[in-house]
Write a protein that binds this ligand. Structure first.
Ligand SMILES: Nc1ncnc2c1ncn2[C@@H]1O[C@H](COP(=O)(O)OP(=O)(O)OP(=O)(O)O)[C@@H](O)[C@H]1O
Length: 285
């Protein structure tokens, strides 16, 4: 399998936080969602991947090539969108195109104009007068217009209304359509990830705790709602995590049907990304 992004044993130590041997791969042509509680280490992971902060150890490969500061060509292959954008407020989206055409070798003026139109971004209004949604859309239009093969987004859709988010998600799906491009997107809006992601990486306290195909999470994982006695009778190998909630214990299982076949009296629900995360973060193992 060809990977667009490979992160191996990425470690960064801050005084009160350790990004601990973070490892995951994103196959080419797919979208990976990165989820985790506030402070789990998502932004640190992304910043470390992009060499924006110094790491203590680990390796990043983009389309098989080791990521280094000096490799300008490889950097052009990566479109990046953070949740804050720093375009000059005096510029217009139209002027911005001139600026970027001088920065990026493969600047796609026509594609950029099409995206401005598609996303209803005014081309002659000063960026300083844009709403947050417009600025984010502009930032995404730019990231998609310099021939990038990899798109990395950190909370890029937070604070945007559902209609704008839907438009942006469609652009991501279009981006990976040719099976050669790859997206990594960190988000707290798990419903967006449920719509577009192929894989989900769960982070908790600086570690990767689970990487799984989204379809498997949705169609195979489950949450068993157990009474105390039912839970006591389970073997530890039957579940991944559990959380007591009053008289009920929620139990995360990786094969809902198998579990149901063994325990026909226990109700087992489909698991959403939010609930899986809650059990991973707040539950016990
Ligand atoms: N420059 C820094 N110096 C010290 N600690 C830092 C620094 N940057 C981040 N941290 C710490 O690293 C931890 C992880 O932060 P990070 O921003 O990566 O989390 P996150 O998962 O992106 O959170 P959120 O969902 O809130 O954006 C936090 O405890 C944060 O305080």
């Amino acid at each position: 399998m060809n990977y667009g992004i490979e992160v191996e044993n990425l470690t960064k130590i801050y005084p009160n936080f350790k990004l601990d041997s973070v490892t995951f791969q994103v196959p080419q042509g797919s979208i990976m969602g990165l989820v985790g509680e506030n402070g789990a280490g998502k932004t640190t992971t992304i910043s470390a991947m992009l060499n924006m902060i110094q790491t203590d150890s680990g390796e990043i490969r983009i389309m098989g090539k080791k990521m280094t500061d000096e490799d300008v060509e490889l950097r052009e292959e990566i479109g990046v969108v953070f949740d804050t954008v720093n375009f000059s407020p005096e510029l217009t989206a139209c002027r911005l195109s001139k600026v970027f055409s001088e920065i990026y070798k493969n600047w796609d003026e026509r594609g950029y104009r099409e995206r401005l139109e598609q996303l209803k971004i005014p081309s002659d209004k000063k960026i300083g007068k844009f709403s947050r949604g417009m600025t984010m859309k502009l930032s995404i239009a730019v990231a998609l217009s310099h021939g990038a093969k990899i798109l990395i987004l950190d909370e890029a859709t937070s604070g945007l209304d559902p209609i704008v988010r839907e438009e942006i998600l469609d652009l991501f799906l279009e981006f990976v359509e040719d099976e050669k491009r790859t997206v990594l997107i960190s988000s707290h809006i798990t419903s967006d990830l449920e719509k577009v992601a192929d894989y989900i990486t769960f982070m908790h306290q600086g570690k990767v705790v689970l990487v799984e195909r989204k379809d498997i999470l949705i169609y195979e994982y489950g949450i068993a709602r157990c009474r105390e006695r039912e839970f006591m009778e389970l073997e530890k190998t039957e579940y991944l995590a559990y959380r007591k909630r009053g008289l009920q214990t929620d139990v995360l299982v990786s094969d809902r049907k198998k579990f149901q076949a063994r325990h026909s009296q226990i109700l087992v629900d489909q698991a959403g990304i939010d609930e899986i995360m809650l059990l991973i973060v707040k539950g016990e193992r």
